[in-house]
Structure formats: structure tokens, C-alpha cells
Design a protein. Structure first.
Length: 245
């Protein structure tokens, strides 16, 4: 059974078709990569799934419920958690405090909340930064903090928007290991938008290719990378990664 299912999802911005008739299905425990050129609609897709944007048409189902148009906080409490392409931590708070905030809805008591936050901070490799202001983190640290906040929220499905962008190759490895472990150890379902194809190839069970708001192809990493339409629309060109949330 699908944990997450989209049927006929469409979204326009003042006449621009950002998403048209998108069908997508993600099974529990699956890792699905989402790729496509800049402006293909990948982040918009996440915004619709997570309730940040209402689709103009179509339905989103999560864990058997029709959740179309439900608010992001409500969905997050049900286990639908996302990271943002552009990280915006609370500047006046420490790394650990930022993570605690994300866990507040399911962990009661200040001491337990602190303990839980520290576990997560440690898990993403930020232990020595725990009590420093979030603003002091370098890019790689901010990415880890964004991941930590998502983990602290207790995801059943985790939607990751370019968590590797801006990281050096050596900094990507531990993040990829952590994501693989999340599925293996915690059974977390992952949907991740990524431009770095080596990561897509390594992590994905299945890849969804978006182009101009529509699903161009779906298949195993080997299938989609051999698909001439995908090579034409995306893989033939050098992608640019940038933070535009
Ligand atoms: N809030 C918005 N208002 C108006 N247009 C928007 C809005 N959000 C996205 N768009 C437009 O919708 C299209 C899809 O944008 P989206 O951010 O989903 O692309 P993307 O695939 O995530 O691209 P990237 O790889 O650059 O992050 C783009 O043309 C974008 O300019
Ligand atoms: Mg995007």
C-alpha cells in the first residue's frame, strides 16, 4: 500500500503551470529521488505535498487519508516532515534549542526534550556545536541542522529538498550514510529532491523525473538515466544548484 499518493495534482502561478496532472506514489520504507531541471516544479511539488500550497486540482493522500489542503503543522504532527532548500534557523537560539523546537509537539518535559534534541544533534554530527548560536554554523552545518530539525520532528515520511547542495563531496558522504541508515534503522520513507546524480543513483529505489511541471519518467535509477527523454530534458545539461526555497 502507498504511504503517499498524488493523483492529478496541478498548480498554477498566475498562468504559469508549475505542476500539471502529477501522479506519484511512494510506498512505506521506499526511497524515491526527484530530479529535473531548475524550475521543473520539484519544490512546488513538496509545497503541495506538505500543505504549504493548495493544489488547484488533484488530491494528496497520506497514510490512507485524503490530506489535500491540510495545514503543514497538522501534517507534520502526522509524520509528514520536510526540509527547506533555504535554511532559516532561529538566529537568537543555539543549535540544540533550534532542534528542541522541532520536537516539542511529541516530547513533554524540558529535560526529556533537551535529551532528545541532544541525541539528534549528535546523530547528525553537530555535538560540538550544540550550544553555539545557529547563525555561527557554516553551510554544511546549517544543512545538518536542517536535517536535525526534521529528524527531531519524528518523520514517518521525510521530504528532503536538496540537502546536499552547497556541501563539498567529502561532506556529502556522512549525510548520505545517515539517510540510508534512517531507512534501514528507523524505517523512515524518504523522498528527496537532488541535483547530484551520484547521490540519486546511490540512494534511490526509484526516481521520478519532473520536467516543466509534468512527470517525464519514473523508474529505477538505471532506467531513468538511460531514458533518451530524460537525457534530453535534464541529464545532457549542467544543472545549477541555488538556494531559492
Ligand atoms: N510562490 C511562487 N510564485 C510564483 N511562481 C512560483 C512560485 N514558486 C515557484 N514558482 C515558479 O514555479 C516554477 C517551478 O518552481 P520550483 O521552485 O518548484 O522549481 P524547482 O524544480 O524546485 O527548481 P530548482 O531546481 O531551481 O529548485 C518556476 O517557474 C518558479 O519560478
Ligand atoms: Mg527547488
Amino acid at each position: 500500500m502507498s504511504l503517499l499518493e498524488l493523483a492529478g495534482v496541478g498548480k498554477q502561478f498566475r498562468g504559469l503551470r508549475a505542476l500539471s496532472d502529477v501522479d506519484m506514489s511512494v510506498s512505506e520504507g521506499e526511497i524515491v529521488g526527484v530530479i529535473g531541471p531548475n524550475g521543473a516544479g520539484k519544490t512546488t511539488l513538496f509545497n503541495v505535498i506538505c500543505g504549504a500550497l493548495k493544489p488547484d486540482s488533484g488530491r494528496v493522500r497520506f497514510a490512507g487519508d485524503d490530506v489535500t489542503g491540510r495545514r503543514p503543522e497538522v501534517l507534520a504532527r502526522a509524520g509528514m516532515v520536510r526540509t527547506f532548500q533555504l535554511m532559516r534557523p532561529f538566529a537568537s537560539m543555539s543549535v540544540a534549542e533550534n532542534v528542541s523546537l522541532a520536537a516539542q509537539h511529541h516530547t513533554r518535559g524540558a529535560a526529556r526534550l533537551r535529551g532528545h534534541a541532544m541525541d539528534v544533534v549528535d546523530r547528525v554530527g553537530l555535538a560540538e556545536w550544540a550550544h553555539r548560536p545557529a547563525t555561527e554554523l557554516p553551510t554544511a552545518g546549517l544543512k545538518r541542522l536542517e536535517l536535525a530539525r526534521a529528524l527531531a520532528a519524528g518523520p514517518r515520511v521525510l521530504l528532503l529538498d536538496e540537502v546536499l547542495a552547497g556541501l563539498l563531496p567529502a561532506e556529502r558522504e556522512p549525510v548520505l550514510d545517515l539517510l540510508a541508515e534512517l531507512r534501514e534503522r528507523d524505517g523512515t520513507t524518504l523522498v528527496f529532491i537532488e541535483h547530484i546524480m551520484a547521490a540519486v543513483m546511490r540512494l534511490s529505489d526509484r526516481v521520478v523525473v519532473l520536467d516543466q511541471g509534468a512527470v517525464l519518467a519514473t523508474g529505477t535509477p538505471d532506467e531513468v538515466t538511460a531514458d533518451p527523454r530524460v537525457i534530453d530534458a535534464y541529464l545532457g545539461e549542467e544543472p545549477t544548484t541555488h538556494a531559492d526555497a
